[in-house]
Write a protein of this length. Structure first.
Ligand SMILES: Nc1ncnc2c1ncn2[C@@H]1O[C@H](COP(=O)(O)OP(=O)(O)OP(=O)(O)O)[C@@H](O)[C@H]1O
Ligand SMILES: [Mg+2]
Length: 310
């Protein structure tokens, strides 16, 4: 079993609006409302791949109850900490005519140090029997940015490796605790380095810096340009096949699920990178974060180009 942590779970609403226009009444041709938030997306894809995942994090208010009912309906095992306020609503507007996605993401409910401690206890109670901890996304307001760092330490004490996928201070502090793996996108990693990552070479340099911090594997994702992956010895660059674009929301989460799955299967790194890249790409072709299905993922496997970088 893997445990995914989503501190800022969401009601994810996706509207498809061909010809979306500002300052007009827009009518969606399609809409979906699902339980969302990065760790929940990871759990969804990980289970689609055939693994067991339990989701935890914070939920609040009526929206939190909606998230729980969504998880029950999808049969995703979960054990969340309830806090005050309301879980956030995140709205994505997809326009197939312009291939744009416009997002409106609330900040999420205010969380206290005490809430963070309750989540730490919750995570600790699941670490027995857990093979991997996946920490995904931003912190809700008030939540200590050190939460991921604290959870990584907690997991290490029980010999559970962690994958960290975050940004800003939470990523910076998390890196200091040497998680097993990190999967930022190029903007997130460039952000904490203070240097934008605009090329595969720049991603490789950034990846070397991360490995120098004591992390074992880093994947720097670059949207449709693919992913640069480094372990302590090798660097690879993988390019996804072209897929019909519907929505890229959650592609990084789908990719993290692919890495978690391949690594826990003990696959060679190239096979794991191939799967992770396809999970990200398959997610692009469907509306909804992490809604990609196994046959679509598998159909892409042979189409990924993997280059041994150095
Ligand atoms: N347009 C695309 N076409 C094909 N593959 C894509 C596309 N966008 C993303 N991917 C695949 O998904 C992976 C992750 O995407 P991306 O870098 O956008 O993650 P992210 O920014 O962390 O996403 P999120 O945080 O919304 O989950 C990429 O490395 C690539 O393999
Ligand atoms: Mg991401």
């Amino acid at each position: 079993m893997i445990l995914t942590v989503t501190p800022n779970a969401a009601v994810d609403t996706t509207y498809t609006v061909p010809g979306f226009a500002l300052d007009r009444v827009n009518r969606p041709t399609e809409q979906s409302v699902v339980a969302g938030g990065k760790g929940i997306n990871v759990a969804r894809v990980y289970r689609e791949l055939g693994g067991n995942a339990t989701a935890t994090g914070f939920i609040a208010g009526h929206n939190g109850q909606f998230i729980l009912s969504g998880l029950r309906a999808e049969r995703i095992p979960h054990d969340f900490v309830e806090t005050g306020g309301e879980s956030r609503i995140c709205i994505a507007i997809l326009d197939p005519e312009t291939q744009t996605q416009t997002e409106l993401n609330e900040w999420g409910p205010a969380v206290t140090r005490q809430d963070a401690d309750r989540l730490k206890e919750k995570v600790a109670s699941h670490l027995e029997g857990c093979r991997l901890l996946v920490l995904s996304g931003s912190m809700p307001p008030g939540c200590p940015e050190s939460l991921y760092a604290e959870l990584i330490e907690e997991a290490r004490e029980r010999s559970v490796p962690a994958i960290l996928d975050s940004s800003g201070e939470a990523l910076r502090l998390g890196l200091r605790t040497r998680p097993f793996m990190v999967k930022p996108n190029c903007h997130e990693l460039g952000g904490i380095l203070g240097n934008p990552i605009r090329s595969v070479e720049a991603a490789a340099e950034a990846a070397r810096w991360v490995i120098g911090k004591g992390v074992e594997i880093v994947a720097v994702s670059m949207g449709k340009e693919g992913v640069l992956v480094s372990d302590t010895e090798n660097i690879w660059y993988a390019r996804p096949p072209e897929v019909p674009f519907v929505s890229a929301v959650g592609s990084g989460d789908a990719m993290a699920a692919g890495f978690a799955f391949g690594l826990l299967q003990g696959w060679p790194m190239e096979r794991t990178i191939r799967l992770a890249t396809c999970c990200g790409a398959a997610n692009v072709a469907v509306p909804g974060a992490g809604a990609c299905k196994r046959p679509q993922i598998e159909a892409l496997l042979e189409k990924v180009e993997i280059h041994y970088f150095c």
